[in-house]
Design a protein around this ligand. Sequence first.
Ligand code: SAH
Length: 222
Amino acid sequence: MTIDARKIRLIMALRRSGVTDTKVLAAIERIPREMFVPASFLDQAWEDTALPIDLGQTISQPLVVALMTQALEVTDRHRVLEVGTGSGYQAAVLSRLCRRLYSIERLRPLLSEAEKRFHALRLHNITTRHGDGTRGWPEAAPFHRIMVTAAGGLEPPKDLTEQLAVGGVMVIPLAAGNYGDQRVVRIRRTDHGFDREDLWPVRFVPLLSDTPPDDAPRADPA
Ligand code: SAH
């Protein structure tokens, strides 16, 4: 099967599974997922499945990317923060829908690869940072939208809720119950506080609140 045929099959499967936002579907169709997966998984790039990337992390399943993007209700006026760049795939999809996308990753080697992909795809509205995304990005706050693509604890990180604009929306997988269960949660900031909706169960790698010591910020050799 050609890449185009696989792509169409995936888009149809996403529609059947409840992805109705045509802008989200168009963004998924336009971002070449084959550029974000390891070479050994190229043949599965347009399958609806999560795949391993380096350093024990994963590129999310397309359905999860599509549903979380749809749940975020992004428009082209929004400044959006993503925590957990990983392969850069979710960031690339979001960047097609928003005005500016800020993305933070704690593992520098993953971030470097993602940055190369953004450059090759001319996704010039993405700004990246290496570090602990649970602290957010105070200099660029407030954000209209925040998406976290690693699983937090029972509550969203306080710095992130503080950096959400009033009227803003955050989508984040959080722990649910005792057995390592996770749910995607949507949080809306209102004039008087935060409204929370539980969406669906998921499995994400953990959100870790640190930056690895052997990967600490260092001066650029240039
Ligand atoms: N959005 C990614 C999914 C990556 S998996 C994609 O589309 O490919 C989750 C990522 O979150 C991993 O790369 C992991 O290193 C990163 N991560 C975990 N905790 C983090 C933190 N506190 N700050 C920034 N990134 C974090």
